[in-house]
Structure formats: structure tokens, C-alpha cells
Design a protein around this ligand. Sequence first.
Ligand code: ADP
Length: 214
Amino acid sequence: MNIILLGAPGSGKGTQAEKLVQDHNFEQLSTGDLFRKNINDKTEMGVEASKLINAGKLVPDDITNKMVDNHLKNNRSDGLIFDGYPRTINQAEVLNDLLKSSQSKIDKVILLEVDEEKLLERLVGRLICPQCKRSFHVKNRPPKTPGICDYDKSVLITRPDDSPEKISIRLQAYEKETKPLVEFYEGKGNLIKIKADNLTSQQVNESILKALEL
Ligand code: ADP
């Protein structure tokens, strides 16, 4: 079974993917993480993408689709959680074709709905482990030792695109480019909406498991 976690930046996609990977043998495909890996490795594509990402903008579809295509060619094409991809209608169409060519498909799309005020609060206080990619939050999910990852003891960082100015650009990009995917997947009949505003991440996890009948 392949699923897409859809939702604005800060809606909890990464946190939920982490739990599903841990408990249910899914593999996470996060385009944000793949881009950050390319940036760290200073690949040509990473250098190009970093200018856009650090400005809070989306990376063009052709570059993003190619990266996902490469990943799918070299990894399994079932049991995947797509996190942060697709983010545009073009990406959604390309993903359908890519999966079709390996006799696979998207089974369920989970939309995590969170209001803007909550999104802002979550993103402003977010801390990321550069090693294991887990995210923490100064208030909502503080690491046991301030500033240090619970799992591998790396020093946590704030992402350059988590500044208030860049967050606002990213939320606008979500509204304009990604929101149309809600209707796209509703039309395909496999969208499940979870109102995640006032739920703990554990409760969101339970709602997802119920929706996936796991
Ligand atoms: P978030 O969901 O919090 O915005 P991500 O780690 O998913 O964070 O993405 C970080 C940035 O990487 C995005 O703001 C965008 O610039 C780029 N990016 C990630 N996924 C995509 C995608 N599917 N299409 C275009 N750009 C992307």
C-alpha cells in the first residue's frame, strides 16, 4: 500500500510518517529530505535547489519529478509514504504515471488539516536533527536535553526556511500550488481528511491507522 500525506508545512506530515515507518514497515519518501541531502552533498541539483528552498519557494516540477523518478528506480515502489510530494497537479500526474509503470499506485491520500495560527506556532519553534531528520519543537516536543537529538545526540538545528518571513512564503505556495490537490484526489475518491488542529500526534496517528484499516 502506498499513501500520500498531504498538508501544509507544519501540519505534521513528517512526524506522522516517522511513526508509520517505525510501527508499520512503511518507507518514507520525503522530497524535502532528498533536497536537503543534495544540498549537503553539494550536488549540482542541490546547489540549484538550495536558492529556491531557502527563499521558501517550490523547486520546479521537472527537477522534483526527476529526483523522485530516480529514487523510485533505485528503491521499492510499494509500502511508501510520500511526504511533501506531490505538491502540484503536475507532480500528482507524473507520480501516477511513475507508479503505473512499476505496476503500483497510490492507495490512500491523507489530508492533515491544521489552521494557520497553529501552523505558524509549530514552524517557528521547530528544531530538526540534521542526522536522523526527526523534528522536535521547543514547546510541543522538546528534546530531553535542550538542543540535542534524543536519538543520535546530534546538535539540533533550525531550518533556514523556518524563519517567519520564509514561512509566510511557504504557506502562500501551499495555498496556491498544493491546495488544488485536495480536489484532485477527492475526484479520485481516495482522500481522507483528518482535522488535526486539536489532536495530539498520538491521536492523529490513531486516526490515520483507522483510515488505513491497519
Ligand atoms: P515543509 O513541508 O515543512 O515545507 P519540506 O521539508 O517538505 O518542508 O520541504 C522543504 C522545501 O523543499 C519546500 O519549501 C520546497 O522549497 C522544497 N520542496 C520539497 N518538496 C517539494 C516538491 N514536491 N516540489 C517542489 N519543491 C519541494
